[in-house]
Design a protein around this ligand. Structure first.
Ligand code: ATP
Ligand code: RIB
Length: 307
């Protein structure tokens, strides 16, 4: 990818992730032996900010942590990734925490304690968005009123606006109108439309509903190992996933969304951007962790050559 410096603002969550792997998930009341554990820097907002920075963007992170051990470590990690943390307040009640269980197929189950992420003040978030911002990236791991405030502000100021609809919540899309790209995964699509996108017909039906509700320019569904789909208001295009050695799917969606957004701003081609998202997602699922599994631009470029 070309290295034009993009000025990006990410308004979103910052979590410490506790990751435990096991060959299989325990049944209720059952205890199984784990195969691996670790702590990782996570949170959908911070993961996407890290991915953008690794792809060469100038990134400002906007969010909230607490003045505690995890908050300090997460802030240091953002700074180590050259992310501007002047928009992150450290006055929250407790830093966000995610407990992630990974099964033998690399599939995850996540419980999130929102803590400080739920305490972001909409007006403060809006005030951090400079008028020369190229990209606003948001997720649903903060309050709906924060997402709608920053999206509406960015759209009004002609900033390319990308909404990642994770985690699955039935947010009121009618309150966040006119984004450039709106992108849910399969379960998020079901939460927003009542339709699980398991074939071309249901993918199209769900994409139309999301576009009608949000008035976004493009609806991009992330479809896991099936890749993704693009609906531009007229036609649906399916873009298959790349082959990957899956070890941990955590943050694959974050990686996809960030890589797609960067490519879209650089090239203005939604289909090429989604193909880049597929490549980035394929790399992320081949690595453990969240923020640390995000690829750099040259890794995506060499993935093109090696695939
Ligand atoms: P998470 O919530 O775990 O961060 P997600 O559920 O939001 O991820 P997915 O749809 O699972 O997101 O994956 C995002 C993208 O990553 C997919 O659209 C695809 O490009 C890529 N991807 C995911 N799983 C695989 C896989 N098994 N093989 C190759 N690519 C994959
Ligand atoms: O998208 C992955 C992220 O979801 C993890 O890093 C975890 O913090 C949860 O928020």
């Amino acid at each position: 990818m070309k290295n034009k410096a993009i000025k990006a603002v990410v308004v979103g969550s910052i979590n410490m992730d506790i990751i435990l792997s096991a060959d299989r998930i325990p049944d209720v009341g059952e205890n199984v032996v784990g195969t691996h554990y670790g702590y990782a820097f996570g949170g959908k907002g911070a993961n996407q900010a890290t991915a953008l920075a690794k792809l060469g963007a100038n990134v400002k992170m906007v969010g909230k942590v607490a003045d505690d051990t995890n908050g300090k470590a997460l802030l240091d990690n953002l700074k180590n990734n050259n992310i501007d943390t002047s928009g992150v307040a450290a006055d929250g009640s407790a830093t966000g925490l995610a407990a992630i269980i990974i099964d033998g197929n690399g599939k995850n189950r996540i419980i999130v304690y929102e803590g400080a992420n739920a305490e972001i003040v909409p007006e403060e978030a809006v005030a951090t968005i400079d008028s020369d911002t190229d990209l606003l990236l948001v997720q649903f791991e903060t309050a709906e009123k924060v997402v709608s405030a920053v999206v509406n502000h960015a759209v009004k100021n002609n900033i390319t606006t990308v909404i990642d609809c994770g985690p699955a919540k039935d947010f009121c899309l009618e309150k966040m109108q006119g984004a450039t790209i709106i992108s849910p995964n399969e379960s998020e699509t079901k939460a927003l439309t009542g339709i699980f996108p398991d074939d071309e017909k249901t993918i199209l039906e769900a994409s139309k509903i999301i576009m009608d509700r949000s008035k976004a320019q493009f609806t991009v569904l992330k479809l896991g190992s099936r890749g993704c789909s693009v609906f531009d208001g007229k036609s649906l295009t399916l873009l298959p996933a790349y082959k990957s050695n899956v070890v941990d799917t955590t943050a694959a969606g974050d990686c996809f969304t960030a890589a797609m957004a960067v490519d879209f701003i650089r090239n203005g081609d939604i289909y090429k951007a989604c193909d880049t998202g597929n490549k980035a997602g394929a790399i992320a699922v081949s690595r453990f962790g969240a923020a640390d599994s995000m690829p750099a631009a040259d890794e995506i470029d060499s993935f093109i050559i090696n695939d």
